[in-house]
Design a protein around this ligand. Structure first.
Ligand code: IMO
Ligand code: MG
Length: 429
């Protein structure tokens, strides 16, 4: 019984959906605390295969209350589509709540995201074009519109009117784009508001009360540490913090309320979008990982850049999140590899770097220094007992634990809910 933050340790797409779906079996509440529909959390379970962008991955259990927290930016069209899809698969959504403080993604946010990416041209960040940068910019600029505003049409109209006035000046004068019409957006969002009204409420009190009662609360992160606006590969980052620290703010808890911070890492690295990635493999091995693991974006369908596990970045992620333990996913992808490599340091201007640089320009020039370990030839995807893993896999995991200074408590060996090894250190040799 505890409050557990579950966060991405790399550049996103680590398998957070699967791990949340697994842990939610014993939870009372699952809260998404940051990001927006740039996230794509894949869950495969008896209901089918889902790519959740906004609804927390605990929605498949009838006893779990799911909350889209105040730290999330919500595109109501995407959320309603997701709700409809879940319902059509027989998944109940009566325990879903949306924070009245969550910001709304408006049509101009999506438009401005695209126009800005086009303007950057070769320097584009490779965003998901979901309006994420613009909506979080408006939040801190204090000109955002929140889900709670939809509950009162007069308030909503006046906020939309004043926001749109400025956006239309920017759209037409800066980008030479057509004007957006107030009436159209107003009507459309009033319609969304009507449908979402039953879900919208103050949510932080539900979370705090459950935590006080000692119930298990999962705080579901989106994206990954290396996309954090402060600690990630700035400016090639997202616009809300995916770190464990942000789970407090995005849900409405104090830092003392978090009992465990579980970091999700893939057994290798991937990145989608632009920005430095020292271990990227533009070789047959990179392609092999991509094809074997179907490494294509759940949100945009873009091929993900693939490479060996980067332990320099990984260690940094453990530190800035304050991880208690790690869930390592996709280990089965390495089945049959003659050898596997881990990046243990970077070479920069002839010197070895063992800490993660703050400057993306420096990171771009870093050459990975690898340690090579023997691979395993058998399939590990049916294994449920840690001791039954091949000796080479044990060595790989224990080397990662050494390099990251953090224990691996869960190992995922396939996409299905049952393909997991829950490690019990007492039963190990
Ligand atoms: P999940 O939750 C992987 C990346 C984008 C781009 C950068 C900025 O599925 O792990 P944005 O649209 O956020 O302004 O794009 O961040 N990105 C993700 N990459 N997984 C995600 O989420 C991501 N969300 C954003 O590709 O490089
Ligand atoms: Mg994703």
């Amino acid at each position: 019984m505890a409050v557990i933050a579950v966060v991405g340790g790399q550049w996103g797409d680590e398998g957070k959906g699967k791990i949340i779906d697994l842990l939610a079996e014993k939870a009372k509440i699952v809260v998404r605390f940051s990001g927006g529909d740039n996230a794509g959390h894949t869950v495969i379970n008896p209901y089918g295969e889902f790519r959740l962008h906004l609804v927390p991955s605990g929605i498949f259990y009838p006893q779990v209350t799911c909350i889209i927290g105040n730290g999330v930016a919500i595109n109501p069209a995407v959320l309603l589509e997701e709700i409809d899809d879940l319902q059509s698969h027989g998944v109940g959504i009566s325990r879903l709540f949306i924070s009245d403080r969550a910001h709304l993604i408006m049509p101009y946010h999506i438009l401005l995201d695209r126009l800005e990416e086009e303007r950057r041209s070769k320097g584009a960040l490779g965003t998901t074009l979901r309006g994420i940068g613009p909506v979080f910019a408006d939040k801190v600029a204090r000109v955002g519109i929140r889900t709670g505003d939809l509950l009162d049409r007069d308030i909503f109209l006046s906020r939309l009117k004043s926001a749109l006035e400025l956006k239309n000046i920017i759209l037409t004068k800066v980008y030479q784009a057509p004007l957006l019409r107030l009436e159209e957006i107003y009507q459309q969002y009033c319609h969304y508001g009507e449908r979402l009204m039953p879900f919208i409420r103050e949510t932080s009190s539900i979370i705090r009360e459950a935590a006080t009662r000692g119930e298990t609360v999962l705080l579901e992160g989106a994206q990954g540490a290396l996309l954090d606006p402060d600690f990630g590969t700035y400016p090639y980052v997202t616009s809300s913090s995916p770190l464990a620290g942000a789970s407090c703010i995005g849900a409405g808890l104090g830092p003392r309320g978090i009992d465990r911070v579980l970091g999700i890492f893939k057994a290798y690295n991937t990145r989608v979008g632009a920005g430095p990635m020292p271990t990227e493999l533009k070789t047959k091995i990179g392609n092999l990982i991509r094809e074997k693991a179907r490494e294509y974006g759940a949100t945009t369908g873009r091929p993900r850049r693939c490479g060996w596990f980067d332990a320099v970045a990984g260690r940094f992620s453990v530190q800035i999140n304050g991880l208690s333990d790690i869930a390592l996913t996709h280990l089965d992808i390495y089945d049959g590899f003659p050898s596997v490599k881990i990046c243990t340091a970077y070479r920069f201007k002839g010197e070895a770097l063992t800490s993660f640089p703050s400057d993306a320009v420096v990171l771009e020039k870093c050459q990975p220094v690898y340690e090579e370990l023997e691979g395993w030839q058998e399939s590990i995807s049916g294994i449920r007992n840690f001791r039954k893993l091949p000796a080479q896999a044990h060595k790989y995991l224990s080397r990662l634990e050494d390099l990251l200074s953090c224990p691996i408590s869960l190992v995922s060996t396939g996409p299905d809910r049952r393909q997991i090894i829950e490690r019990n250190p007492k039963s190990e040799v």
